[in-house]
Design a protein around this ligand. Structure first.
Ligand code: BGC
Length: 764
């Protein structure tokens, strides 16, 4: 996170090596070792032709080598032997991605991978193909794979272990298919709910995203099987002016470094093997053509040594969409000069031909090509592809789903967030008590697709034909958790009309359920398909809430959606509100366990929920966005705050203290707080520590998250929680684009408690 600090570290290390200085008891001069892998890669590289090399830098989609049209393969899907041989043998394509917009059985995946690697073995170099896929919430595109919550739900657990386990389980299942490369995690920030990829992130805060990101990368890459993570999309992708997918962002360097870079930097430090580039532009420069970001920053400054892959068709887009190149050849030159290693082309071989021509005519040096091919081969080597030749492990070793179901279900449970729980007739609406009927309706209540979101059985996640067998929808989970005959259900499609609202009302009047549970929110979408003109909750859903409220029966709104939809005008008509995000195949039962009280909700919002469609601000807004709070709706006034979430057993904070009142710049602050559970159940509390820089040379945020941890507090218990924060973490990027901690006064906040400390301009 600390740019200047790291720069200093790199410098001093270089100095030590250069001068042969010794410390910590070493006795002789150390020369950096050339690893066995490097030796292997260098000697292989020396045998490759230019054609081999540009082929390695090319990635095609499965559609381009299957029978039928690339975007619509003939069913049942098969590889087209002529296309396979043309791409993999003649053009020596080094990487394939994707799934033909289809989920496949492990047997089918093995057939694809075996055929691909058999073809690759026929080219002169024999280098195996690196296969990549978007297994973003478990083994997507795999029949009956175990799918957990999408990243936004994992964010709501505020539990890095949940992210680590999700990563590990995905790695093991996907590797068993014969696939070694995952296009995950997304380390963009969820700072604008209009952005259709909001749900693919862990949340809005850089520190929190960095912490969760590091954990999932560790899970992917240290799972016991060779498997690579991809940090995407580098960077600033989620903060475009329009809020729409792949549209221009205007982000000054200072903000890029302070907010958008830290998650990537943390995950690079955690050893992430590859990075995918943001398809959009920042400050007028498409990132795929930006050498300052892709080479100067990523390589030279951050020391990233892994593979840089483009996003989908993004070299071509430099001339077809961004209009900064005249033709494909010029676009290819730009992207290579900027620093990409592999192009996700992904339909044809024009990129490969242009690259070959550019090197042959001397526009691009072969040494530049060697740099990229070395990185690609190194990744293949680290993933063991030269040993296995890329062939999948035997099907008999395919892991049983019982190994993964428990943690997917657990992560879903931990993510569900209770946002409102009113008292009606002297009793909290939730958990649902009594033995009377419950009506479950609403457009997301009976859809497994709604629970899973995009990148599930298919890219858009909207085709029920590819859903996991036997996983329940919310209605079905309610029938299982409650006595089935207590659950009334009325089916509603997304586009339901006023007539259907009246049908629901008539049913309530006739059958008088004790509670109504409304499944609200969105149906799945991915990328540009989720662009929206308006983040207001859909009018028909609001009408349903109003009409059901008017019957006098308590209404529980369950949002199943990838981003916060604005619903302030109907919020008073919901007696309880639950946010389920996109909790995956095990999400319905998790919601039902929160509704019936089996589980005490512990999810906390990983983002700020806006109250007004045009007044969204994140929690780390500035002081000028707080003043006039009583007279202007443009002041910070969210529906629910970042980190918010209720439990069935409230916890109060008290006695916040720090171990000292004054600190030096190299000190660590020890913060302690008392958590008192005033209810009758154990609560899994989120302790989030914020700093408040009182005066700074760059306008300080009202709050900045510096630390978080989960703490279990038993019924009636008081527990002390302690956090340690280095003073060094309290800084920001200053006017000279340097990371700095400015001495002076700071507040440290946990919950409603704040203590003041002073940072001195001194080191020990
Ligand atoms: C998306 C990436 C994804 C890639 C491959 C692109 O359209 O932006 O996130 O990894 O497709 O499916």
């Amino acid at each position: 996170m600390m740019l200047t600090r790291n720069a200093t570290f790199t410098l001093s290390l270089a100095f030590l090596v250069a001068t042969g200085a010794c410390f910590l008891g070493c006795s002789e001069k150390k020369v950096p070792e050339i690893s066995e892998d490097s030796k292997f890669v260098d000697s292989l590289l020396a045998t490759l032709t230019l054609e081999d090399k540009v082929g390695e830098m090319t990635q095609l989609t499965l559609g381009a080598i299957g029978t039928g049209l690339p975007s619509k393969l003939t069913e049942p899907q098969h590889l087209d032997t002529a296309k396979v041989s043309y791409a993999l043998v003649k053009y020596r394509v080094g990487s394939i991605l994707n799934c033909g917009n289809h989920s496949h059985s492990p047997e089918k995946w093995h057939e694809f991978i075996n055929d691909i690697q058999t073809a690759a073995a026929k080219k002169a170099s024999g280098i195996p193909v690196l296969y990549g896929i978007d297994a973003i919430h478990g083994p997507t595109y795999t029949q009956n794979g175990i799918l957990g919550p999408q990243q936004i739900g994992l964010g709501a657990t505020w539990n890095p272990e949940a992210a680590r386990t999700a990563g590990k389980n995905t790695a093991v299942q996907v590797h068993a298919l014969g696939i070694h490369w995952n296009f995950s995690p997304v380390l963009d920030l969820a700072r604008d709910p209009r952005w259709p990829r909001f749900w693919e992130t862990f949340g809005e805060d850089p520190y929190m995203v960095a912490t969760m990101g590091r954990a999932i990368v560790d899970g992917y890459q240290n799972s016991g099987v060779p498997f690579a993570a991809t940090l995407k999309h580098f960077f600033g992708y989620g903060f475009s002016l329009s809020g729409k997918d792949r549209t221009p962002a205007w982000i000054p360097e200072r903000q890029l470094r302070e907010y958008f870079l830290p998650p990537f930097q943390a995950a690079i430090e955690a050893g992430a093997m590859s990075i995918m580039i943001n398809s959009g532009e920042i400050n007028g420069i498409p990132v795929h053509s930006n050498k300052a970001l892709l080479t100067d920053l990523l390589r030279d400054e951050l020391g990233f040594e892994g593979l840089l892959v483009t996003d989908w068709e993004d070299v071509k887009y430099l001339f077809t969409r961004h209009m900064i190149a005249h033709d494909y050849k010029e676009a290819t030159k730009m992207a290579i000069e900027a620093g990409i290693d592999m192009a996700m082309v992904p339909m044809d071989l024009e990129f490969t031909e242009h690259l070959l021509a550019l090197v042959k005519e001397g526009t691009i040096s072969e040494e530049r090509i060697n740099q990229s091919v070395r990185r690609i081969l190194m990744m293949k080597k680290k993933l063991g592809l030269f040993e296995s030749l890329g062939f999948p492990p035997p099907l008999t070793a395919y892991p049983g789903k019982e190994n993964f179901e428990g943690s997917a279900a657990r992560a879903a449970l931990e993510s569900i967030t209770l946002l409102k729980n009113d008292t009606v007739n002297g009793k909290s609406v939730l958990p649902i008590s009594g033995t009377k009927d419950v009506l479950v309706t609403g457009p997301t209540a009976n859809s497994l697709n709604a629970l899973n979101g995009g990148w599930t059985g298919t890219w858009q996640g909207d085709d029920p034909a590819f859903n996991t067998e036997g996983r329940p929808t919310l209605v079905e989970a309610m029938e299982m958790r409650f006595e089935a005959n207590r659950i009334q259900h009325i089916e509603l499609e997304m586009e339901f009309t006023e007539n259907e609202v009246q049908r629901v009302v008539r049913s309530i009047q006739r059958r008088r359920p004790a509670h109504v549970v409304l499944g609200l929110g969105e149906m799945p979408y991915t990328e540009f398909v989720g662009n929206t003109e308006d983040i207001d909750l859909f009018e028909n859903q609001k009408e349903l809430v109003r009409a059901v409220h008017a019957t006098g029966v308590p209404v529980i709104g369950v949002f199943i959606e990838g981003r916060p939809r604005v619903f302030d005008d109907i919020e008073p008509f919901l007696d309880a509100v639950v946010m389920a995000y996109l909790p995956g195949d095990y999400g319905a039962d998790a919601i039902a366990q929160v509704l019936d009280g089996t589980y005490n909700p512990s999810g906390r919002l990983p983002f700020t929920w806006p109250r007004h469609t045009s007044a969204h601000m994140t929690y780390d807004h500035k002081h000028t966005e707080e003043i006039h709070a009583n007279s202007s709706i443009s002041a910070f006034d969210p529906q629910y705050e970042f980190g918010f979430g209720l439990s069935y057993s409230a916890v109060e904070y008290d006695a916040l203290s720090t171990d000292q009142t004054e600190y030096n710049l190299d000190d660590t602050i020890e913060v302690t707080v008392e958590l008192r559970n005033i209810g009758d159940r154990t609560s899994n509390e989120l302790v989030a520590v914020y700093s408040q820089d009182r005066v700074a040379s760059i306008t300080p945020s009202v709050d900045r998250l510096r630390h978080f941890q989960r703490v279990f507090v038993g019924a009636g218990e008081t527990v002390k929680a302690t956090a340690r924060i280095a003073v060094d973490e309290l800084g920001f990027i200053n006017r000279n684009i340097e990371y700095t901690v400015e001495p002076g006064a700071f507040g440290i906040r946990i919950g409603n408690q704040v203590v003041e400390i002073e940072v001195k301009n001194e080191n020990k």
